[in-house]
Write a protein that binds this ligand. Structure first.
Ligand code: C2E
Ligand code: CA
Ligand code: CA
Ligand code: CA
Length: 277
């Protein structure tokens, strides 16, 4: 697609035309979606590969637009990042997830950390760290039990604002996890520079490691690297016992995936936690 100026495109084929149409439709429907109450959260647990204990719960954003459009976060989050809308949506995610986590905690359910995804656009906002702390305080959720999942690309922003933001979060005990680790082809210096504590192996690796020995070597290298740096390593997208077994054998610490639980509504996760109790 050649962008020949604002809102004009040259189309090479019908499929591309449809992609652009859809993008425009999503962008339009995202406007005001927060005010219309179209977002909700799903929650997925992460468990210890050693003893099965629940070590964390990740909040995952869901969107049900009024028009019946079906659209997952892999598609709409990048668009909300481009429009900047993700900053307000992200604040809502954090407030809502903290409120829910506190309710679980008050009900006596044990689950360790609450994990929330933060996009590079949010990390670039100089007020982000301070707002995270304020939102936790407002929701009555301890910052020591919050984990922010950020991708390698956010760590590549070499700015003083990011550095001081992460330092502020660290001083409040907020934990940082690198999401989709291994997909960024990035310089790994940030692992030393920033107070990261967890690496999350991308689900694409988890899926192909059983068939492809080269991928299995890569995940083993990630686990070894993580442990050498004193980090804990989490395998994502674990769907079968065989995947869990392979990761466990490699020394991977935690796992998340359909084998344990799909992303669930708050009520369904309450029941799941009670059952594991
Ligand atoms: P992610 O953070 O890497 O989240 C993991 C994704 O893998 C989720 O997709 C989850 O539903 C899916 N998943 C977990 N276990 C399995 C499994 O065993 N098999 C399969 N096939 N999939 C599994 P989801 O919920 O569609 O989210 C996609 C991405 O959207 C997330 O990837 C994250 O990058 C982004 N995202 C989701 N919620 C938020 C949010 O609140 N803020 C931001 N900035 N991004 C978000
Ligand atoms: Ca994540
Ligand atoms: Ca991930
Ligand atoms: Ca992802």
């Amino acid at each position: 697609a050649k962008d020949a100026g604002r809102n004009t495109y040259q189309f090479h084929d019908v499929a591309q035309f449809e992609r652009v149409q859809r993008r425009i439709r999503i962008e339009r429907q995202l406007r005001g979606a927060l005010e219309r109450g179209e977002f909700s959260l799903a929650y997925q647990p992460a468990v210890s590969l050693r003893d099965g204990r629940v070590l964390g719960i990740e909040a995952l954003l869901r969107w049900r637009p009024a028009g019946g459009l079906r659209c997952g976060p892999d598609e709409f989050v990048p668009i909300a990042e481009e429009t900047g809308e993700i900053v307000r949506i992200g604040d809502w995610v954090l407030a809502e997830a903290c409120r829910q986590a506190r309710a679980w905690d008050r009900a006596g359910l044990r689950f360790g950390h609450l994990a929330v995804n933060a996009s590079a656009v949010q990390m670039r906002d100089p007020q982000f760290a301070a707002r995270v702390i304020a939102l936790c305080a407002e929701a009555g959720w301890p910052t020591e039990r919050l984990e922010l999942e950020i991708t390698e690309s956010s760590m590549m922003i070499d700015s003083e604002a990011l550095r001081s933001g992460l330092a502020l979060l660290e001083s409040h005990g907020v934990r940082l996890a690198v999401d989709d680790f291994g997909t960024g082809f990035s310089n790994l210096q940030y692992l030393h520079r920033f107070p990261v504590s967890h690496l999350k192996i991308d689900r694409a690796f988890t899926w192909s490691m059983l068939e492809d020995p080269a991928v299995a070597e890569l995940t083993q290298a990630i686990v070894t690297l993580g442990h050498a740096l004193g980090l804990r390593v989490v395998g994502e997208g674990v769907e079968t016992e065989a995947m869990a077994e392979l990761l466990r054998g490699q020394g991977c610490d935690e796992a998340q995936g359909y084998l344990y639980a799909r992303p669930l509504s708050a009520d369904a996760l309450t029941a799941w936690l009670r059952e594991r109790g």
